[in-house]
Design a protein around this ligand. Structure first.
Ligand code: ADP
Length: 214
């Protein structure tokens, strides 16, 4: 509730200041209130998703899914966001058909690719690069999403899958995130009896590794 309260209080304070005439309602101020509303609505959507995955009765809709095609489509849909930030996406995908919940696994890949784009190349010092791999290893299906972005500090690595956890709020204040995306990813991968791991070096980049039973 704290996460909802903070943006709500900020919206309320700003609106009251304008109603009371303390603040002239300039486009800039209205815009800043609107941004909080957008953030809040994004957060509520993610909470709705999270509640869905929290529910133990939540059943997976398992079907045979062409993972190569699924990942390729998600990459195509995200190309323009990567392009805007001058990030190159490379991918190496084996032909793998897996019995998974197509919609939920899509959401995991979308979240991880969006994060890789969001947390890469913010300072434009080096060219951004994201490498996505799909392959089999010892009867397990592996999906790796690796970026050369800002990285995650060691002391945060144990917490990033916790709900609402965000590394140093100031460094990602403008990225529009809510700290729920990775929690959703972990819930979905747990439901599939798989695992999700992360390796990261600050200022070098991050790699998220999904392992699924085949
Ligand atoms: P958010 O909505 O804040 O992105 P997530 O749950 O998706 O929330 O991620 C939690 C935190 O983990 C993020 O706030 C960010 O600090 C860190 N993080 C996630 N993915 C990456 C990445 N690829 N590179 C660097 N930091 C990341």
């Amino acid at each position: 509730s704290h996460e909802l309260r903070t943006p709500l209080t900020s919206i309320q304070t700003h609106l009251e200041a304008m109603i009371d005439g303390v603040w002239e309602p300039s486009p800039e101020r209205l815009n800043s209130v609107n941004e909080e509303v957008i953030r809040l609505s994004h957060l509520v959507n993610q909470l709705k998703n999270l509640a869905k995955y929290d529910n133990e009765k939540n059943k997976l809709q398992i079907s045979e899914v062409d993972l190569k095609q699924l990942i390729k489509n998600i990459i195509y849909n995200n190309q323009s966001f990567a392009f805007e930030k001058n990030i190159k996406i490379e991918y190496y995908l084996e032909e793998i058909i897996a019995k998974v919940d197509k919609e939920k696994i899509s959401q995991v890949i979308v979240n991880l690719i969006s994060n890789a784009i969001r947390y890469t190349n913010c300072n434009c010092k080096t060219e951004g690069k994201i490498v996505i791999r799909l392959y089999k290893e010892n009867d397990f299906i592996k999906i790796n999403i690796k970026d050369n972005g800002i990285g995650i500090p060691k002391e945060s690595l144990d917490y990033i899958f916790e709900r609402f956890y965000r590394v140093d709020k100031s460094r990602c204040r403008n990225t529009g995130g809510t700290g729920v995306g990775l929690t959703i990813c972990k819930s979905i991968i747990d439901l599939h009896k798989g695992k999700i791991e992360v390796k990261s070096e600050i200022n070098e980049g991050s790699e998220f590794i999904i392992t699924l039973p085949s």
